[in-house]
Ligand binder design. Structure first.
Ligand code: NAD
Length: 240
């Protein structure tokens, strides 16, 4: 599956993963695009915006509470575990668009959450921010200061945390191999990370059962699910 690039992969010192919703699909967490992207009659992408939140905070919170319950009950899959296993052999950094925390729960230690975390909740006005794993009694939940709480995620139209983004670019620019798994690469600016890697001469490998908008830029496209393909990468690297 990775044979055509086995030498480059084995010789790589630093491997950076760029991951998206698809890597958690086999953990039972729906992606945004495709038929899974519809929640009741709403389009997920229309709900993940600051405008939708202020227009109907209860509705958006109901959607998040359902997702939070699902995510907290989910378990990392073989794709997540393969990435954490690979770190025994290489320097591995995970740049994830996911907000589900499954990379960390599978044991990966160097994870940058580009789009925040659904577990972390923050106040829309004061400095309050905390990890909350229980469900809320009434929606939208309120902060002690009296204002509405929100998930600490980056919604469409919002900027990424600058320090996280700067660090992500720096890792993309210094890797030997970048593996792009489970992302449609349509969300900006995360979709520019492969370009930073390519400018530095890194090998680009995509793991996705479907073609993406950047497939033609890849050195290799593995048309498999991540839980199927990524353990084979560990096999390759661990056999020297
Ligand atoms: P996306 O929904 O746009 O695309 C998912 C991609 O994963 C598709 O290209 C699809 O072909 C691929 N895919 C589906 N199943 C796969 C599998 N088993 N293995 C490998 N690939 C598979 O997701 P995106 O590119 O991450 O962008 C959407 C945005 O949605 C992101 O900003 C992300 O924060 C957010 N999101 C996150 C989660 C999560 O945290 N799990 C879930 C849904 C959406």
């Amino acid at each position: 599956m990775f044979d055509s690039l086995s030498r480059q992969i084995k010789d790589a010192k630093k491997i950076v993963f760029v991951t998206g919703a698809g890597i958690s699909q086999e953990s039972g967490i729906p992606t945004f695009r495709g038929k899974d992207g519809l929640w009741r009659k709403y389009d997920s992408m229309q709900l993940a915006t600051i405008d939708a939140f202020y227009e109907d905070p209860k509705l958006v919170w109901e959607w998040y509470e359902e997702r939070r319950t699902n995510i907290l009950a989910a378990k990392p899959n073989a794709g997540h575990f393969a990435i954490s296993e690979l770190a025994k052999f290489k320097e591995v950094i995970v740049l994830t668009q996911n907000i589900d925390g499954l990379h960390q729960r599978s044991g990966s230690r160097h994870v940058l959450e580009l789009h925040g975390s659904i577990i972390r909740i923050k106040c829309t006005v004061c400095d309050f921010k905390d990890n909350i794993t229980t469900s809320f009694d009434s929606l939208p939940p309120k902060c002690k200061c009296g204002n509405i709480l929100r998930p600490d995620v980056v919604w469409f139209g919002e900027g990424l945390p600058q320090d996280v983004w700067d660090e992500a670019i720096s890792h993309a620019q210094t890797c030997d191999v970048m593996i792009i798994a489970g992302t449609s690469l349509v969300v900006s600016p995360a979709n520019t990370l492969p370009l930073y890697a390519k400018q530095n001469g890194a090998v680009l490998i995509e793991v996705n059962p479907e073609k993406t908008v950047m497939s033609s830029e890849m050195d290799l496209s593995v048309r498999e699910t991540s839980a199927n393909a990524l353990p084979k990468l560990v096999e390759l690297v661990s056999t020297g």
